[in-house]
Write a protein that binds this ligand. Sequence first.
Ligand code: AMP
Length: 390
Amino acid sequence: MRESKAPILPGATIGVLGSGQLGRMFAIAARRLGYRVHTYSPDADTPTGQVADLELRGPYDDLTAVRGFAAAVDVVTFEFENVPAATVEAAAAAAPVRPAGAVLHTTQHRLREKTYLQEHGFPVTPFCAARSAAEVAAAMEVVGRPALLKTAGWGYDGKGQVRLAGPEQAAAAWASLAADEAIVEAWVDYACELSVVAVRGLDGEIAVYAPVENQHVRGILDLSLAPARVPAEVAAEAQAIARRLLLALDVVGVLCVEFFCLPGGRLLINELAPRPHNSGHLTIDACVTCQFEQQLRAVCGLPLGSTELLRPAAMANLLGDVWQGGAPDWAAALALPDVKLHLYGKTEARAGRKMGHLTALGLTAEGAAARVLEARARLTRSTEIAGTHG
Ligand code: AMP
């Protein structure tokens, strides 16, 4: 389909490929601005579908159905980067797809992404490709030890990752991965993890948020703080890299760049996500314009909004684990008036599954973090007390 730069105005319909929480928060932003939202995924009663105008259910490889979905909307975007290329192509035959399929292609495969970054002069964690246990062991001679073995494709939230102390562990690690292709990365002893959410409009306008500081537990984001507690020059460098990446990848929409910050302040890129990101959820409550509204504005060809952080903030994820002792005590958390609750409408609370998040505002990022952790602890305190009494 021929690309038009004409803005897609409120009242139009946005198609979202994928139906998780990112699509849900995008749909909420889109509906707030007066758009209609259709979502397409293999699932029913989804986080996105619950707030969309239309939830279409079908496999991603039913290209006729995907084309039909795209034909009924004014622009197609996606909420996760692992949409198959053929699906994106089928959608693109009927409606503009933003960002373009090429951005997905680069970022949905760790090896392709890291190779791209290296070839384009971006700072990345040292890595090698491996297609056998022997190649994993050989890669460790190059990247050093310890190392991290990751599947090349379809990995997220620390899934498909094995830490390697030495080459003698290569065979067992390779077998446990059950993949054809993997990446062996140097283990990074970082001082902190940062991410920068940035957005590029259809006309090339760029807006960049202040870096967010992230803490992961077992490979899953646990806590985000903004602004990140790093020197101003480190923050500026992270933002400059995000800006350069938006241009290099020709992104229309939101891009999140995850960094490791080394003790001296040097930055290494860990990962890219060509979409709104978990570490940007605090922009909903803490910024003039949230990352989801920016995605909407970008894909609709509208001017971008201000990324200004109104108050220091912190976000804590709520995984299914919070439900293990029974229903969380929502009232106890909400009794803290500066804490905001976001739930994604998922019915089954499995351990490790992202069910929602809490955001707290504060006078400092540390203060907000303490507050949001207090709120999260309150969710389960009553069940813990009940538990100790049998
Ligand atoms: P990923 O799925 O690659 O984003 O990894 C999830 C998390 O695992 C990261 O945010 C880090 O906390 C940790 N991690 C990933 N790669 C490395 C590495 N090379 N060295 C140390 N920690 C890592």
